[in-house]
Ligand binder design. Sequence first.
Ligand code: UDP
Length: 328
Amino acid sequence: MDVILVTGGAGFIGSHACKALARAGYQPVVFDNLERGHAEAVKWGPLEHADLRNDEDLKRIFEKWRPSAVMHFAAYAYVGESNLDPLKYYENNIGGMTKLLRACIRFGCEKLVFSSSCATYGTPDTLPLTEKTPQQPVNPYGYTKLVAERMLNEVERAHGIRHVSLRYFNASGADPDGELGEAHDPETHLIPLALFAAMGRVPSIKIFGNDYATPDGTCIRDFVHVSDLADAHVAALDWLGRGNASHSFNLGNGRGFSVAEVIRTSERITGLPIKVENASRRPGDPPKLVSDSTKARTLLKWKPRFPDLPDQVEHAWNWYKNSVYPVR
Ligand code: UDP
């Protein structure tokens, strides 16, 4: 069985990718420092509690498992935090990845699927965003993802490591079987916070800006189910496994929903009222982000199973109602 090293495999998207890998016949091995991940989310293979910034950890784990490929999720991913402490982001997202790539070169692991982001595009002039849209990030988090993509291109030219960069739009939902879900601390994302407001875990949800140039004045985002993201990672791995060239792909559903629509959908799915407060705009929020994912659909044959917002909200709601990870 092919061993795939999954950095950040105890996190939200990484844990779902492990499930998809196992289902596709791969052996995921999770490499995670558990700073932001959850040991309980590692269910489809061993967990190596280790840190990317530690050369000894990398050496030990590459020697032990000899992975045929890496899926690289481990990174900090809060835009606000990246504005307050950019070096923290460069140290982990770029420093850690540099060491990971050194280990890949040293141990002859020549395929890598990278967790990139639509944050690399910044505030685009035209929509929908294609892979050819200029990448002009507007915050340190987005820059680290762009630098990482560039590093991969350069490392391929010098050392022959092929890669796929997957630029996600807004990850949403939870495992439809209820085995995995989202658990960030602090939680900052729209759908989880709307559901927390519905269940009384927080008193209300703030709408960050209702004066954007959009039909209802609130920002518009393209939500993509986490299990569909996971499937795309396996498709990208298979793509590399068939000897194909490195590529970048957008992953979204090509449909935008406004913040107000998301809150209304959350009220409908939960059957509970959600108290809303209007707040000022959050710095660095583009008014509208919608993907064109034709390239992934065509080349990777990626077909999202849960493209509809109500399904995404319902899966997340089932997770929060029934089975969250234990509080540490
Ligand atoms: N948002 C909001 N209130 C919240 C959290 C998010 O109005 O409590 C808005 C945010 O300003 C953005 C959209 O919801 O327009 C999606 O934000 P999120 O943090 O979920 O994802 P991002 O688009 O930043 O990756």
